[in-house]
Design a protein around this ligand. Sequence first.
Ligand code: NDP
Length: 328
Amino acid sequence: MATFKAIRIDKADKGTTAALTQFDEAELMDGDVTVRVEWSTLNYKDGLALTGKAPVVRRFPMIAGIDFAGTVEQSSHPDWKAGDKVVCNGWGMGETHLGAYAEKARVKGDWLVRLPDGISARDAMAVGTAGYTAMLSVLALEKHGLTPKSGPVVVTGAAGGVGSVAIAVLSKLGYHVIASTGRMSETDYLKGLGATEVIDRAELSGAPKALAKERWAGGVDSVGSTTLANLLSMTKYGGAIAACGLAAGMDLPSSVAPFILRGVCLLGIDSVMCPIELRRTAWRRLASDLDKAKLADITHEIALDEVMGFGAKILGGHVRGRIVVKIV
Ligand code: NDP
């Protein structure tokens, strides 16, 4: 029986277990493309799945991992043939469909995006779901009409994966970027990525006012909760905040004041079920608007057998930038 290496999540008496094991190829789920996975990554959601801290996994056994890059091995999908280089994010991988921390994945061809020229499989996973979500946020702000002339932009959770990529991209596009972090010790790192100002996240975690002094024209928020409420209350007339995360919580203790008195918009960002055309645009833009040297600076590589130990670290806010996982 053919098997391959994978990080398997099983249900236990109390919660779940995660272990690196051999997985039976016959247990792969339906899909018209089989991919040899070369690189994956560690995202916040992977941390939740690996530790069982939130009910991310909804099928057992599960292979953890929400994104991969690799090479097509077999395909009955008209768009894909053996040898094609592909990237795949979300669509329930690692949640309802067997995921990415494995030497093999079988998925729907409709989920795949061709690796853009100039992006290697490793680069794509250095970007990963976090970086691609940062780009979806930038695209949403641009669609809203934001330009560098509109005024400063704020990025919260700045030293995390979404935050680091958002800063690198926005600064390359010419924005004045204000980075909000709980780790002021990372100021040099954040300025190296292109942040113009670095502020302590404590400034954004007090009880939010309905309206406060206008500080930015736009923002990318990966934190949620009180932070997002404060961001909205400090957004300039006609500005917008792209909300993509919940690192501080799911709640939003805000009021309608920023919306009805300043015409501020709250832009929702979802990477999991995002339509394929928007995904292709995001990956194309990452190829052109994310500086490769900066991507290398924010990336730390680990092996598949190190992934379990990193699950708790990312949830604890102890991971800087992006973690890329070498599968083979
Ligand atoms: P990371 O853990 O890499 O980054 C999160 C950052 O948030 C941390 O580095 C930290 O930054 C900050 N942070 C952590 N805890 C708190 C807290 N209690 N209060 C305020 N700030 C905090 O995660 P990712 O970048 O991978 O993901 C960020 C968020 O985006 C997560 O909530 C994730 O679930 C969400 N996400 C959503 C997606 C979508 O489809 N909408 C896709 C991808 C991610 P610092 O130390 O600089 O303050």
